[in-house]
Ligand binder design. Sequence first.
Ligand code: GLU
Length: 500
Amino acid sequence: MNTRVRYAPSPTGLQHIGGVRTALFNYLYARSNQSGKFILRLEDTDRTRTDESYVQNLYDTFNWLGFKWDEGPDCGGQYAPYIQSERSNLYKKYTQELLDNGHAYYCFCTAQRIDEVRQQREAARSSESGYDRLCRSIDPQEAAKRSASGEACTVRLKIPLGKTTVFHDHLLGNIEWKNDDINPDPVLLKTDGFPTYHLANVVDDHLMEISHIMRAQEWLPSTPLHVIMYHAFGWTPPQFCHLPMVMGQDGKKLSKRHGATSIDEFRKQGYLPEALINYVALLGASYEEGSVSDKHPDLYTLEELSQHFSLEKLNKAPAVFDYKKLEWYNGQYIRMKTDEELAALCLPYVINAGLFGNGENAKPTAQQLQTFVSSMALIKERLIFLSEVPEKIAYLFREPEVPAAEEFIPKKCDLARTIELLQIGKELVRSLAEKPDDEAAENFIKAEAEKREIKLGDLMMPLRVAITGSRVSPPLFGSLRILGAECSVNRIEKAIGSLG
Ligand code: GLU
C-alpha cells in the first residue's frame, strides 16, 4: 500500500502550533517513506467561518516553514480538486448512495423544532441529547418525494443502534465505542446542499486513497462515526493514528492563555522556522539522542527528521509545550547564522524601528549597513528573538540620551571620581583605534587600569554608560570599535559635561 497522508485544515483561523504539529508529522511520515505523498486539502465546508485570509495564512505559514506538498489546491494532482467547496457534486452523489442503501435518511425537522426538543428535554431534566431521530421512521419513498418536490431537508446518517463500533488506533490500540454514545444520527448533507465535515472528510479520504489519518486526539470522538460511514459505503477505513494533545505547563490544552500559539505571532516575535520545526517535531515524538543529527544531539533539520521519523517514535502521553525550550532552540539556530545572514533576517525589524530613518521604505546608508552587519557579532551570542535586535543595537545608530548621574557612579565612588574615571577613559579610547582586535583592546585597557591602580570595573562602568546609554549593553570593546574613536570621545565628553 502506498503511503498517502494529508493535512486537512478548515480555513477558519490562523495556523497554530497544534495544526502545524499535525502537518509536520504527516509531512515527515510521507517523506520517511520512499514513495510517500503529502497532500494538502482545504476543508472549507463551514461557509460562515471560512475566510480567504486564513487560506492565505496557511500558504504563507507553510512556505515560511518550508513544507512542500505533493498534491494540493494550488498544484493540483490526480485527485483534484483539493478544495471541498469545489467537490459538492461528489458529496451529493455519495449521499445518494447512502440513501439508496438505507444507511441515511432525509430529515425535515426545522432548526426551530430541534431547538424545541432541546428545551423540552432541559425542562424535563432529561439526560438525552442531540437529535431525537423523528424522521428516521418516515417511509423512504415518501421522504424522497417530499425532498424532490423541494421541501427543505437535510440528510442524516442512520447510526446502527445497540451496537458497538470497533477500530484500531496505532497509538491508542483497539477502541470500542458504543453506538448509543455517538451523537444521534448526525447530519451529512445540510439544507443548502453543502456537506458536513464528517461526510466530506470520509468521502475525500477514501477517494484520495489516504492510507493513514494522523490528526489530533480531539478528533477521536468523530472516528467511530467515520468508521460507521466507511462500513456503510462498503469501504475499508484508512489506518488511524490520533496524535497526543499539546498541553501548556499547567496541564490544560495549549491556548492563548499560555502565550503565543499562532505561527504568525512566533514569526513576528522573531522565531526562525528551523527552531519552530525542530521543537514542534518533539511534541509527541522522541528520537534517540544522536540518532538524527551528528552535529548536535538535539538539533535536527527538516531533512534529518524526514529520514528518521516513524510511527514508532510517537508517544502516547500528552506533549507539554515549553516556551523556554523553544527559546533555547531559537537561540541555537540564531548562533548558527553568519553575521550577514542574521543581519538579513533582522533587517525588517530594524527598518521598522526606524534605526535607518523614518518610514517603512527607509534604506540604510553604506555606513549604516556596515555598522548593522558588524553589530551582529556583538549580540548574536545572547540573542533569543530577532525582535529584540533594534533595542539592543539602537545606540550604534543614534546617540543615547545621557542617563541620570547615579547610573554612572561605580560602587564606593563619588561624582568627582566618576568624572575623573571618564577623563581617563576618554584618553584611553583614543588609543583603541590602533589595536588590531577587541581582545587586544581589552588587554590594553586592563593593563592601563592595573598601571593606574584602578579596578577594571570602575573604569569600564561609567564608560559603558557614556557610550551605550545603559549599564547593560552588548560588549563594550566591540561597540567602541564600531562607533570609532571620534564618536566615542564625543559621547564621553557629553557625559562629562552633563555630570559636571
Ligand atoms: N478539517 C479538520 C480540521 O480542521 C480535519 C480533521 C481531520 O484531520 O480529519 O482539523
